[in-house]
Ligand binder design. Structure first.
Ligand code: PEP
Ligand code: MG
Length: 753
């Protein structure tokens, strides 16, 4: 390719200033540049006036129909990256770059080399100018320099064109595909039809609607009211001992409101005039709330809020009845909702769930952890997506990138199916490692255990060669239940898990509710739930629940002998002392009952910074420790693990977390205390390399990630990792740490374990 001269550039700029309307000028720019640079493609992307998106404004070489249609967010794809970083990008093989996204309307498949420059005018981003070609080598330095100069010359003209014309108003049609950005939930790619769960609408969003069968509608309302009454009844009896009498009396007020003849009569009258139950409910509740609020008596005024609360609960019941009554479509499903609980998942045949798309939550939400455990691709915290509006549309959930594709065009879908097959082949290939040890090239051996909690994920652990269970999240079965499970129910569940893994060890963690792990039948509403009634605090305050659980675990262990007890969220020494006493007491009571159980090893989770700092003083009371890196990161960095807004700040490779992990490892070594790590960090290849260098020899992770991590461990030698760890000690940020590790990861991926 011949290099363009400055004279050519001056000609372009002059000619452009003589051109007509904005669209014509933009087309002329890309035509001229493509011809001058002799490239296959030249495209111009401009920012929308709100600076939220980049739209393809003109192209020579990509499909003309994509002009005005192809739309990217400011940090999406290579073009978005240029816009966000305000830097030039010159690549030899763009489609293999992690940041690349394929925009189907453009039909840009065959192009490899890619050069993009930002267009800036008076410090303001105007757009991005791109050239592409079929060859697989980056563009020459001279071309890059020329493009930068062109961009600086054209930016002013384009800035004034940006505000004219209607190039950005050609919005994509409603059935067109959309790319939705979110957070990585669980890796993998899944394709299926969207099935929205638990449509949640607030009472004041209910629109006026008619019904064709008032009798049916009245029955539905009565059933919903009864269901709320039953729920209240059971919550009230569970909370019996914890609530002061005046608060408890509120339950009676709620019950009275629910049964109030006025509520029933008013709703039925409206339904009989042909209105829907939901609309009748909204009208009635608003009128009753208004009456309360008009009262002089402050007590009665406050009841306005209560009737609203009750009305909302009845509405939720009505809506969930509607969604349950719909029949599931044939084929693969993508479950979509604000958040998806384990109980929701349990209602569907697992093999049909190909993906999970949530509009809230983030990488470490429990939805994501369960999806990981079950090997279901998941994306969390999706922006501007309302599942109900897209019921049964096709969706791709790309858990690797943390994005979803709505209504993917055929070419894109084909590409994703190819990637799914590739993933499957890679996993099958790794199966040959199932019975091989996770041992580095220089002989450092790591035990890989699995995290589990559902019976459905017990088998995958065994299939993928787990050497035991490093973390059994016992709250998961509690979350699926509709009341606290009995000792016998728990016993049979725990016995199944111990049996499946015997003689391999199983670390069963006692109930860890609180935070984002809520029991549907035991409401813990707190302003700051991550700092509230969580883990061992909750269990010690509800000793009857703890003793029942420990007895069930011990009884199950009497048959198999492979139980280890693990205590969550320890933050004080007296917590572990009291826990120990409860276990000793349970052991002796059971022995008196004729069940010889013996004391199992007792371990604690290190998730709270105080437990880390007090490790030498806690050590006499525990036989082993397990690091919960999810919570430890959350509490060390003061970043809510479940909040998409701060998700970019949550990284277990933050230098402070690495300092903590090195300290824990060294202390455990000198105390002779076995230590493992069971947070999501154990599934992150970059983190695993550092953990190996630090000397961690036991990791527990979701079953589906074991083969990849084993493959990685077998591809590296610990000696080569030590200098890497040394260098990370000087890093200032998690980004620095990741970029230091990246070349080693790439080298490891090329080797065979
Ligand atoms: C952790 O905090 O890292 C952990 C393993 O526990 P959970 O994710 O269940 O809170
Ligand atoms: Mg935790």
């Amino acid at each position: 390719m011949q290099q363009p001269s400055l004279k050519a550039l001056t000609t372009i700029v002059e000619e452009i200033s003589r051109s007509g309307n904005p669209e014509a000028i933009m087309s002329r720019i890309v035509q001229q540049l493509r011809a001058l640079l002799q490239v296959d493609v030249c495209s111009l992307y401009l920012c929308t006036p709100d600076q939220q998106h980049l739209i393809l404004a003109a192209t020579e070489g990509l499909s003309a129909s994509a002009v005005g249609q192809a739309r990217l967010q400011l940090d999406e794809g290579l073009v978005g990256h240029i816009a966000a970083s305000l830097s030039t990008l010159n690549l030899g093989d763009a489609p293999t770059d992690d940041r690349f996204v394929f925009i189907p309307e453009t039909h840009e498949m065959p192009y490899h080399r890619f050069l993009g420059v930002p267009l800036l005018h008076l410090r303001k981003l105007v757009g991005v100018l791109v050239i592409q070609g079929r060859e697989r080598i980056p563009f020459a330095q001279e071309t890059e320099a020329f493009m930068i100069t062109v961009a600086s010359q054209l930016a002013g003209t384009l800035y004034s064109l940006q505000s004219q014309g209607n190039w950005y108003e050609r919005a994509p049609s409603s059935s067109a595909y959309r790319r939705l950005k979110g957070q990585k939930g669980a890796p993998g790619i899944g394709v299926g039809q969207i099935w929205p769960l638990r449509p949640h609408r607030s009472l004041d969003q209910v629109a006026e609607a008619s019904c064709s069968d008032p009798t049916h509608e009245r029955e539905a309302l009565e059933t919903a009211i009864q269901a709320v009454a039953d729920d209240l009844e059971s919550s009230s009896s569970h909370l019996d001992q914890h609530l002061p009498t005046d608060v408890h009396a509120l339950f009676n007020v709620y019950q009275m409101m629910l049964q109030s003849p006025e509520l029933h009569r008013s709703c039925c009258e409206l339904i009989d005039t042909g209105k829907s139950a939901a609309w009748a409910l909204r009208q009635t509740v608003e009128r009753m709330a208004h009456q309360f609020q008009q009262s002089e008596d402050p007590y009665l005024q406050a009841r306005g809020e209560d009737i609203h609360n009750i009305g909302q609960r009845v509405l939720n019941q009505l809506l969930s009845r509607d969604s349950l009554s719909k029949t599931l479509p044939e084929g693969d499903l993508i479950l979509a909702a604000e958040l998806i609980s384990i109980a929701d998942l349990a209602e569907f045949p697992l093999q049909r769930i190909q993906g999970i798309a949530c509009t809230r939550g983030s990488t470490l939400s429990h939805t994501a952890i369960v999806a990981n455990a079950l090997g279901i691709p998941a994306v969390m915290g999706l922006d501007s997506f309302e599942p109900e509006q897209h019921a049964q549309s096709q969706m791709v959930v790309d858990g690797h990138r943390g994005e979803c594709i709505l209504n993917p065009p055929a070419a894109l879908l084909h590409e994703y199916r190819r990637m799914i097959n590739e993933d499957q082949r890679f996993m099958q290939d790794l199966e040959r490692l199932r019975d091989e040890p996770a041992i580095s090239r220089d002989g450092f051996e790591v035990s890989l255990l699995t995290n589990t909690g559902l019976l459905a994920d017990v088998t995958p652990g065994l299939q993928h060669g787990a050497e035991g269970v490093g973390l059994y999240r016992s709250e998961i079965p509690f979350m699926i239940h509709d009341g606290f499970p009995t000792e016998q129910e728990q016993y049979s569940l725990y016995a199944k898990v111990l049996h499946a893994y015997a003689p391999r060890p199983v670390s069963m963690r006692t109930l860890d509710v609180g935070g984002d792990k809520q029991l549907p039948y035991f409401d813990i509403s707190e302003t700051n739930p991550y700092l509230g009634w969580r883990g061992i605090r909750f269990s010690l305050d509800n000793a009857q629940l703890l003793i029942t659980q420990v007895r069930a675990m011990l009884r199950a262990n009497a048959e198999y002998g492979n139980l280890k007890l693990l205590v969550p969220m320890v933050s004080r020494i007296d917590e572990i002392q009291t826990f120990r006493r409860h276990v000793e007491k349970a052991v002796s009571t059971l022995e008196r009952e004729g069940v010889g159980v013996g004391m199992p090893p007792i371990g604690m989770m290190i998730e709270v910074p105080s437990a880390m700092l007090l490790l030498p003083r806690l050590a006499p009371y525990v036989d082993f420790v397990s690091i919960g890196s999810n919570d430890l990161t959350q509490y060390l960095l003061a970043v809510d693990r479940n909040n998409p807004r701060v998700a970019s700040l949550f990284d277990h490779l933050h230098p402070a977390v690495l300092v903590a992990l090195e300290q824990i490892q060294k202390q455990c070594e000198s105390l002779g205390l076995p230590v493992s790590l069971c947070g999501e960090m154990a599934s992150d290849p970059a983190a695993v390399l550092l953990l190996l260098a630090m000397g961690y020899d036991c990791l527990s992770l979701s079953a589906f990630n074991i083969p990849r991590i084993k493959h990685l461990i077998r591809s590296v030698s610990r000696e080569e990792l030590k200098p890497l760890l040394e260098s990370t000690r000087l890093c200032q940020s998690e980004a620095d740490v990741r970029s230091l590790i990246q070349p080693l990861l790439e080298a490891a991926a090329r080797r065979h374990g």
